[in-house]
Write a protein that binds this ligand. Structure first.
Ligand code: ZN
Length: 207
């Protein structure tokens, strides 16, 4: 992919929304952050969904199979975008048929849970933590953390708080986790300031 591509956006406040934001038009031109298999591994590593060692191993396997997984990820993203944008801003209602593509992907999951205790001393009284782990034996597993995030978004998050950025022509979406639920922009630096400058220009023009 192009080397002058800006870094991917992580402004969604939820992995599934960050995933939707892997295609966007930040400067008026469409950017694709999941163009091929290597892109997908890079993004999952940046998102903290795959450990660097496993990411490197899968990246090195760099094959057509990996690019095919990226194609499936883009296809799933198209489905998820349709699902989310049709329902965001109000309490979620869905039918079994509407979530079928997600369940298909979830059914492939080979992850397992592990009880992890930080520290080596068995008697140090640390609280064990339940963690989901993956073997990363095949590149197809790259779709699983994405499916898991989508399932969490649909079952555990408040769709009333999912919004797209108020910037004109900005397609980024986010979960508004602010206390007063007043978030309007993907980021102040990108769209917030641009809107403020435009409002300022409009006010000056009216004087
Ligand atoms: Zn924006």
């Amino acid at each position: 992919m192009t080397s002058n591509r800006p870094p991917a956006f992580f402004v969604g406040e939820h992995l599934a929304l960050d995933f939707l934001n892997t295609t966007a038009t930040p400067q008026g031109t469409q950017v694709e952050w999941l163009g091929d298999g290597k892109d997908l591994v890079d993004w999952l590593e940046q998102a903290g969904s795959i450990e660097p060692a496993a990411a490197a191993r899968i990246r090195d396997s760099g094959s057509d199979a990996l690019d095919e997984v990226a194609r499936q990820a883009r296809e799933f993203r198209r489905w998820l975008r349709g699902f989310v944008t049709a329902r965001m801003g109000e309490p979620l209602r869905a039918t079994a048929a509407a979530v079928a593509p997600l369940n298909e992907l979830l059914a492939r999951d080979r992850s397992f849970q592990r009880v992890e205790v930080a520290g080596r001393d068995a008697d140090d009284g640390r609280r064990p933590l339940l963690r989901r782990v993956r073997r990363w034996e095949s590149s197809e597993e790259l779709l699983e953390p994405i499916a898991e995030a989508a399932a969490d978004l649909i079952c555990h998050q408040d769709f009333r708080l999912i919004r797209s950025c108020g910037g004109s022509a900005c397609t980024l979406v986010f979960l508004d986790r602010t206390k007063a639920h007043t978030r309007r922009w993907c980021s102040m630096a990108v769209c917030g300031n641009r809107a403020k400058a435009a409002a300022h220009r409009a006010r000056r023009g009216a004087e």
